[in-house]
Design a protein around this ligand. Sequence first.
Ligand SMILES: Cc1cc2nc3c(=O)[nH]c(=O)nc-3n(C[C@H](O)[C@H](O)[C@H](O)COP(=O)(O)OP(=O)(O)OC[C@H]3O[C@@H](n4cnc5c(N)ncnc54)[C@H](O)[C@@H]3O)c2cc1C
Length: 327
Amino acid sequence: MRPFEVKSPRTLREVVLSLPDDHRPQGARLVAGGQDLLTVLKDDIEQPTALVRLRGVPGLADIAVSAGGALELGALVTLQDLADHAGVRAAAPSLAEAAASIASPQIRSQATLGGNLNQRPRCPYYRHPAVVCFKKGGNTCLAEFGYSKYAAILGGGPSYFVHPSDLAPVLLALDATFHLVGKTGAREVKARDYYVLTDVALDAESVRRADEVLTKVTVPAAPAGLRSTYLKFKERASFDFALAAAAVGVRVEGGKVAEARVVLGGVAPKPWHSPEAEAALVGQPMNAETWRAAGAAAVKDAAPLEHNGYKVHLVKGVLFRALESLA
Ligand SMILES: Cc1cc2nc3c(=O)[nH]c(=O)nc-3n(C[C@H](O)[C@H](O)[C@H](O)COP(=O)(O)OP(=O)(O)OC[C@H]3O[C@@H](n4cnc5c(N)ncnc54)[C@H](O)[C@@H]3O)c2cc1C
């Protein structure tokens, strides 16, 4: 075990000032519930000299639901609180469903919203202490030519890991905004613009700078009549990450889809917004033919590797079932 210092600031300003200016693996790291970061340390993927605790900062664990159904969620809200909160379940059931689908009760009681949205990839090559892949400063993605069962079929290259968060696709579909505070001030980023592909950045999965803290997530009230769900397909019945998942919302008017939102999980290095699937839905009746067309459109540009062609079919099935459940 490598020694590291633990800092417990009491204000957000102190937290931000304790964080480094770049994503070097040896820089200080923000820690919330520690459910991802401690595994990253154990696997020697990062070697921080200091962990900066966020839990000492008051006011970051609150959930507020407006009368109209808009949500304000503090970064330190636990996944179990998200899953259980009556106001969240009523205003954004797909978000509560996604939170409930994550890991085990023990992990959900410690893991936080901010940590879930900023967790590192779970690719088995990336997580292997002896492997130095693109994501760790190396010059290859072993999933591309090696074992690719869990790798991306969309948006891959140069690295082919899949984004692990179940909450992220839902928050994109709900048109959420992420609120960040860093050394140079505060800014807001749409969930849809937060995550980046690996041809944009290899040392990070989002536009968040190393000194920035995600402080809260806001979700606007859903338009009247919009129904949403989150469906996740896992390899085993017990807790597991998604092989493919779909966060879907539809609003039907006069028997036809007037608005559609489709974001896929488990298939790309970022939550995969699919305007193609949305276009295949809008203007069409909610029936099996339409759902099949949406699935075909969602995987139109899929480029599977040697062992993950099954994900193309899985996406179609997950999307079909998610849409069917909303009909
Ligand atoms: C056995 C197991 C199964 C799991 N299954 C799933 C699953 O099915 N679906 C899923 O989505 N997840 C799954 N996870 C991942 C789990 O949800 C995350 O590890 C957890 O949510 C991380 O939250 P945390 O508060 O513990 O984060 P931490 O471990 O404290 O932090 C994680 C990362 O986020 C950064 N970070 C934390 N908070 C903030 C913030 N406010 N602003 C900016 N950066 C921040 C940290 O610096 C660190 O890099 C699983 C984990 C385990 C161990």
